[in-house]
Write a protein that binds this ligand. Structure first.
Ligand SMILES: C[S@@+](CC[C@H](N)C(=O)[O-])C[C@H]1O[C@@H](n2cnc3c(N)ncnc32)[C@H](O)[C@@H]1O
Length: 235
């Protein structure tokens, strides 16, 4: 059974569909963790019902590719008035992020194992108050370009999910992502409202309300640039 059926809906594979389901202990751990971790099935069952899941109607902020969870736990702790949803495709990182959310003691965040490119099941049109993409995999070699996140369909989807006037923040060590997203705003209801070519040196266009991610820290420590792009959905 595929996790990417043709209808564009991401789903868990049942444990018996793996040749050796015990090979990755995080497969079981992520299933048994419970809130704040969500399996793909849990997330799909919530669907667009995030207000019900969080027990209130609050602005929904979404991070794609939560990694180890530094950003999601830090931002959700800093903004108790907002609800936060992190998406992460790797079992281990879902568990690591969920552990960070528990350690931070936040009740306004969840992390779901889901493909960040296939979020229409989870995100209603215009439902997202802020979208955050931190260090998406770079795939710098030309022959891997098809794996890069910023394709027309994905950027169309971002424009669909964002509420009018809401913003997308991209941080990346790969300037190719900045160039691709900038080019893809053309002809879409999106506009670049800020850019930085070295966040540590020049600051980010959105100012201080930010958390240094695990990958960002690695580049900062080596004195290498981390780029930022700030994109607004037309109001
Ligand atoms: C380079 S890491 C960056 C992690 C974190 N955002 C940071 O800045 O430290 C990219 C992350 O995106 C996740 N990822 C890659 N493709 C994804 C997808 N289609 N949906 C959700 N997460 C994805 C990877 O598993 C990985 O955790």
């Amino acid at each position: 059974m595929s996790e990417h059926p043709k209808d564009g809906r991401f789903r868990d594979k049942p444990p018996e569909a793996y040749r050796d389901p015990d090979l990755n202990p995080y497969l079981k751990l992520h299933r048994e963790f419970g809130r704040p971790a969500l399996t793909a099935g849990d997330a799909a069952a919530i669907g667009h019902g995030w207000a019900t899941e969080f027990g209130r109607a609050a602005p929904l902020h979404v991070e794609i590719g939560a990694g180890n969870g530094f950003f999601l736990s830090g931002m959700s702790a800093a903004h108790p008035e907002q609800d936060w949803l992190g998406l992460e495709i790797r079992f281990k990182r879902v568990v690591q992020t969920a552990r960070k959310l528990v350690a931070a003691g936040v009740s306004n965040a969840r992390v779901a194992r889901y493909d960040g490119r296939q979020l229409d099941d989870l995100l209603a049109q215009g439902s997202v108050a802020g979208l955050y993409i931190n260090h998406p995999d770079p795939w710098p070699k030309d022959r891997h370009a098809k794996n890069r996140l910023f394709h027309p369909d994905f950027v169309d989807a971002c424009a669909r999910w964002l509420a009018p006037g809401a913003r997308l923040r991209l941080k990346t060590d790969f300037v190719g992502h900045i160039e691709a997203l900038t080019a893809l705003t053309d002809g879409r209801p999106l506009a670049v409202v800020g850019r930085s070519d070295h966040i540590e040196r020049d600051g980010a266009p959105w100012g201080e309300d930010d958390v240094v991610t695990n990958y960002q820290g690695k580049f900062d420590r080596r004195g290498l640039p981390v780029y930022a792009l700030w994109v607004a959905r037309d109001g």
